[in-house]
Ligand binder design. Structure first.
Ligand code: PLP
Length: 370
């Protein structure tokens, strides 16, 4: 007789649903018998430029060492990041993607009886990591799809151990400014760890977006998490990092798996940090693509949430599922966000000019028929 292993799982896990990633190109090709080469994927906020040549070169240099364990301390990458961020090496924690950092935070500070505060429509990993360790996730209603920082402060109680903030947020693209962040940090109780997720910070431009690193010296309960998955173009390799007070990093290192970042990822991240031209080109492509999409969407009389990320959430004002299905039949993969409480929206990642044009043309065709 087989056991009911779901019933045996810890209570938080019983209530979890798996994270739904963007549909892979090959999966759609199989399902609809399409040519993978003709499919456009704008579903996972990936860098459309492809990998940097300097990263590829660094990877080749690393291949001969594949039989060895990676440097478990990530010495070189941490040293480079510390220099770049203007902090001590002891303030950096490396993660298997920044999702790993979020998970480490949950394992270190959350448990049944405690809670984590985050915003409605915020990144799905916050509730998943929180529930997986049996803690309570408090989703605070959003304001104009963005974080309502005042309401989030009000949701904090004596059992709150962590607040997750995404700036800009995924999937909405919304952001808050330096003054709002400062007011928030000044009022959060000192024992609550504030995780400021800046996965898109390298794309974000303008003085109206704070650089979380500038607040670390004054707020020892602040942790800034960043990633190589987006602007640095290394999503497949899984590498991200936290910058925090050394005391916070020391706790994360207690729960971190010894070799959580592999040697290819370490080498690639070091090379990516040196490739300023790649980052600049990515930003240029993103700015141009955002303008292209906004112009196209406005031509189709559609509305969207202004975004500082490499993606844009489009509001169709009706159930977006049939529109998504029709786009898939056109070989265009975007991201449904009904699971984020946004059933009338689709999230579209900014692609290369021709990919954006493919999306807009497919959308125009689809809207005439569904
Ligand atoms: C994409 C994304 C991440 C990055 O995840 P990785 O594990 O580093 O690939 C983190 N936070 C948000 C809000 C994201 O959208």
């Amino acid at each position: 007789m087989t056991c009911d292993f779901l019933a045996l799982a810890v209570p938080g896990v019983q209530k979890l649903f798996p994270y739904v990633p963007g549909k892979p190109v090959d999966e759609l090709a199989r399902e609809l018998d399409l040519d993978p080469a003709g499919i456009v994927k704008l579903a996972s906020n990936e860098n459309p430029l492809g990998p940097s040549p300097r990263v590829l070169e660094a990877l080749r240099g690393e291949l001969a060492e594949l039989t060895r364990y990676p440097d478990g301390s990530g010495y070189l990458l941490k040293a480079r990041l510390a220099e770049r961020c203007g902090v001590a090496t002891a303030q950096i924690t490396l993660g298997n993607g920044s999702n790993d950092i979020l998970d480490l935070v949950a394992r270190a500070w959350l448990a049944p009886g405690f809670n984590a505060v985050f915003s409605e429509h915020a990144f799905a990993v916050y509730p998943i990591s929180t529930q997986a360790v049996g803690a309570e996730g408090r989703a605070v209603p959003a304001k104009d799809y963005g974080h309502d920082l005042e309401a989030m402060l009000a949701a904090i109680d004596t059992d709150t151990r962590v607040v997750f903030l995404a700036n800009p947020n995924n999937p909405t693209g919304t952001w808050f400014g330096p003054d709002a962040l400062e007011r928030f940090l000044a009022r959060v109780p000192a024992q609550v760890l504030v995780v400021l997720d800046e996965a898109y910070i390298e794309y974000a431009s303008g003085d109206d977006l704070p650089d979380g690193l500038r607040y670390l010296a004054r707020y020892p309960n602040l942790l800034v998490s960043r990633t190589f998955s987006k602007a640095y173009g290394l999503a497949a390799l899984r590498v991200g990092y936290a910058v925090s007070a050394p005391e916070v990093a020391a706790v994360l290192n207690r729960v971190r798996q010894p070799f959580n970042v592999n040697s290819l990822a370490l080498a690639a991240a070091c090379a990516a940090l040196e490739d300023a031209a790649y980052l600049a080109e990515g930003r240029r492509i993103n700015d141009a693509g955002m303008a292209q999409l906004e112009a196209g969407l406005s031509g189709l009389d559609l509305s969207w949430i202004p975004s500082k990320g490499n993606f844009i959430a489009v509001d169709f004002g009706r159930d977006a599922a049939p529109i998504n299905a029709a786009l898939l039949r056109e070989g265009v993969i975007v991201r449904p966000v009904a699971g984020y409480g946004m059933p009338t929206f689709l999230r579209v990642s900014i692609g290369l000019p021709e990919e954006n044009a493919r999306f807009l043309a497919a959308l125009q065709k689809v809207l005439a028929s569904v």
